[in-house]
Design a protein around this ligand. Sequence first.
Ligand SMILES: NC(=O)c1ccc[n+]([C@@H]2O[C@H](COP(=O)([O-])OP(=O)(O)OC[C@H]3O[C@@H](n4cnc5c(N)ncnc54)[C@H](O)[C@@H]3O)[C@@H](O)[C@H]2O)c1
Length: 252
Amino acid sequence: MDFTDKKILITGGSRGIGAAAARAFLERGARVAVNGRTADSVAAAMSEFGAGDRVVAAPGDVGTVAGCEAAVAAAIDGLEGLDILINSAGVGHSGLIEEMDEATWDETLDVNLKGTFFCIKAALAALRISGGNIVNLASDAGLIGEHRLVVYCASKGGVVNMTRAMALDLAPEVRVNCVCPGYVDTDMVRRDGIEKSHDPAAAEERIVNYAPMKRISTPEEIAMAIVYLASDEARFVTGAALAIDGGSSAGR
Ligand SMILES: NC(=O)c1ccc[n+]([C@@H]2O[C@H](COP(=O)([O-])OP(=O)(O)OC[C@H]3O[C@@H](n4cnc5c(N)ncnc54)[C@H](O)[C@@H]3O)[C@@H](O)[C@H]2O)c1
């Protein structure tokens, strides 16, 4: 899959799945605008990618409309256009319903769902010009309910169905798809889900055994699905929610 000179913005590209996607696109010749919440986190990721002027900075808090617009504007300015938007910025909070407060609800929905919508809205004119496409990071938690993840499930279920509705509105000019990972070995799971748990060994065992495939996936495995959906090889694919979850959403 060749992305030579394709112009790609990756929200949340400074870390985790977004950073793995950035590396995969850069290896295939793309030019990438990297978003993260702060200019420092973006600068650190850019120097780690080591791709010179094929990487540009597009910092901004995508939990706000102004942040979405700033990130997209910086990407379009730095890349001189836009072919592909990857919405990978996201936050996850787990806990009982009684533990979920308004701030948790707002942050989760603002970053995961509202931010995805407003980055797409800000990028739309440029994507219509290029005949581009969009890949959103949803989750298996957007396809099935999961214990202690009610707010996160609400946000990711929204991303899945928003992806479908947008695909209808934007066809045939702009394709819109999402990937639905299960547990992936990134800070979101390793640091927040395992190390901060009161019993990290038990938390890791539960996560490893969650999927029928009995392991946590790598960020690179998710990046390959993102690369496929963004590529010309997927030119007839729109409105899809592609599960990359070791079978966790297949049934119980
Ligand atoms: N890790 C998993 O197991 C898993 C599973 C399913 C779906 N996902 C989804 O994949 C996406 C990437 O997750 P990850 O595991 O790489 O997480 P991560 O915590 O490793 O990285 C998240 C990225 O999002 C960015 N981000 C967070 N809030 C932001 C904001 N307000 N503005 C701008 N950037 C912001 C961070 O800077 C970081 O670059 C998320 O949408 C997540 O919900 C992750």
